[in-house]
Design a protein around this ligand. Structure first.
Ligand code: NAD
Length: 541
């Protein structure tokens, strides 16, 4: 501990830059984009601060131009994964014992580096690796990750401040120890901010980490590593490996020092991880913390009193931004018959106005989906909806993978509330609409609650306060993030802590104190000043 009760800088959300035509930030990020696009980056593994090039490489290509190669990355063998663990454990003692304010300073510096000199690199690499338009890149790879780093430092200091009371003659203290072992962070492709947050939130609390990013986010993951290095994160604290996820996971989960998993990704993968951890439980020195944020089948339900244009805008943004590849993206919508045509026609107009193509052309609102597997899956569901008698393609419905993995934003209207695209997470720009009879509002709320195994996000639109309250109660367990008269996407760190329950995860709320509490193991220290010398209590006479 330092010699003072230090106050951390007050966290405020990073302002989102506009990138409007003619703005200096637009020119600057496009310059960086071109440099990356026309260059070739070679991404090594990072173990103990060293760059490891195994020679077993894969190429990286932008989803919007899949024949164009922007670099390579190196795949880990089992020995590399094992050395990532031993390195982390060697780094643990010094890192866990470093004063908290020194740890905090590393991550605050990382936040300022991203806000300043690395902003273009974070955004341009995210535009290329994950096909985000500049606005989607900015709110993710710049603003959200900066917010995670700054707010988490503030939450950490608040956790440390939380101390028990002390009775007369004693002093009770709680110290928030890091976990005894290493944390395994596994991150998804869709948010550079999540890739940054999962390893750093655990490391901030004094833990050492082995991080496995998604194969489809490695370009932007490399920029995060560069930032952390420049911020002065000591070697061995966060070690980065890529390659066969099963081999990497089995190797890490086999270690007796495995102390926790910080996962974001699909439900199926998380359930598999949980089972493996369960099967290995006798091996571990400590019960591992299991934190996972997973899939969603997020809803919008509109009451007949809602505003059609507002509902349509929530669908156009909530279902189609970043090609619907947000865990929070609206993918099932319930419209009352009296409003359905109006809402759907507004959405159709919006879709007709969307431009689709490379994020380098900033007029494009929609770009490509992440990879061929995702493209083929989406095309399959669209084709099926064209055939099925209980479904109809109301808007969109075309796709083309000749240059990039482009799927046109698509609205399916179904007469079956249990239709396959009402229940399955598609993770793409496809939304399914079910039209209910106006007098079936309460029954439809039950339908919303019981249709999906997930419970991540959801939104109610209504102009009537009684129905807003009814929906808020009826859908209490249907969404961990519940929105009233707003789209279900776009959670901001510090404002809308994010996560869902049911099959959507452990709901440990990324970007909140609850999440950081999972990465510490409190130790209570009681000190007695005048220690008793006689066992007899007064009642014994
Ligand atoms: P994914 O599950 O395919 O991959 C996530 C990570 O797990 C990647 O690093 C991947 O390499 C790894 N992985 C894959 N198979 C594995 C295995 N058998 N063992 C160990 N690791 C394995 O998910 P994705 O396509 O990258 O991301 C999309 C999914 O993530 C969606 O389901 C989405 O809803 C979810 N997601 C949820 C949240 C949330 O906060 N709830 C946020 C973002 C994404």
């Amino acid at each position: 501990m330092g010699k003072g009760f230090f106050q951390v800088p007050v966290a405020v959300n990073e302002p989102v830059r506009s990138y409007a035509p003619g703005s200096p930030e637009r020119e600057s990020v496009l310059k960086q984009y071109k440099e990356y696009y026309n260059g070739k980056v070679d991404v090594p593994l990072y173990i103990n601060g060293e760059e490891i090039r195994t020679g077993n490489t894969r190429t990286m290509s932008p989803p919007h131009d899949h024949q164009h190669v922007v670099g390579t990355y190196h795949l880990a063998e089992k020995t590399h994964v094992e050395s990532a663990v031993s390195t982390a454990l060697e780094a643990r003692e010094k890192w866990a014992n470093l004063s908290w304010e020194q740890r905090a300073a590393v991550f605050l510096k990382a936040a300022d580096l991203i806000a300043g000199p690395y902003r273009d690199k974070m955004n341009a690499s995210t535009m290329i690796a994950q096909s985000k338009n500049i606005h989607q890149a900015e709110i993710d790879a710049a603003c959200e990750i900066i917010d995670f780093l700054k707010f988490n430092v503030e939450f950490m200091s608040r956790i440390y401040e939380d101390q028990p009371i002390s009775d007369e003659g004693i002093w009770n203290r709680v110290e928030y120890r890091p976990l005894e072992g290493f944390v395994y962070a596994i991150t998804p492709f869709n948010f550079t901010a999540i890739a940054g947050n999962l390893p750093t939130s655990a490391a901030m609390m004094g833990n050492v980490v082995v991080w496995k990013p998604s194969d489809h986010q490695i370009f932007s993951a490399k920029v995060i590593v560069d930032v952390l290095k420049e911020a002065g994160l000591p070697d061995g604290v966060i070690n980065v490996v890529y390659g066969d996820p099963v081999m990497i996971t089995d190797t890490l989960l086999d270690s007796p020092d495995f102390a926790g998993i910080h996962f974001t990704g699909s439900t199926e993968v998380f359930k598999g991880l949980w089972k493996k951890i369960g099967n290995n439980i006798d091996k571990y020195k400590t019960y591992p913390r299991i934190v996972g944020e997973t899939g969603g089948k997020d809803f919008i339900i509109a009451h007949p009193t809602s505003n059609a244009k507002q509902v349509a805008t929530a669908i156009s943004r909530g279902a189609f931004e970043f090609q619907g590849q947000k865990c929070s993206a609206a993918s099932r919508v319930y419209l009352p018959k009296s409003l359905a045509d109006e809402v759907l026609n507004f959405v159709k107009e919006d879709i007709a106005s969307f431009k689709m193509g490379s994020p380098e052309d900033m007029e494009n609102f929609i770009t490509a989906v992440i990879h061929e597997g995702s493209f083929d899956k989406l095309a399959g569901f669209i084709d099926r909806a064209k055939e099925d008698k209980e479904a109809e393609i109301f808007a969109g419905g075309s796709y083309d993978k000749s240059k990039g993995y482009f799927v046109q934003p698509t609205v399916i209207v179904t007469t079956d509330p249990q239709y396959v695209t009402m229940t399955t997470e598609l993770f793409g720009p496809v939304v399914t609409v079910y039209v209910y009879e106006d007098d079936q509002w309460s029954e439809t709320l039950k339908l919303v609650d019981t249709t999906s195994e997930y419970g991540l996000t959801g939104a109610v639109f209504s102009g009537d306060r009684y129905t807003i309250e009814e929906a808020t109660k009826a859908l209490q367990n249907s969404a961990g993030n519940f929105y009233i008269n707003d789209k279900p996407t776009g959670a901001v760190v510090g404002q809308q802590p994010f996560g869902g329950a049911r099959a959507s995860g452990t709901n440990d709320k990324a970007g909140s104190m609850q999440n950081l509490l999972r990465w510490v193991s409190p130790r209570l220290i009681k000190e007695t000043f005048v220690t008793p010398t006689d066992y007899r209590y007064p009642f014994l006479g």
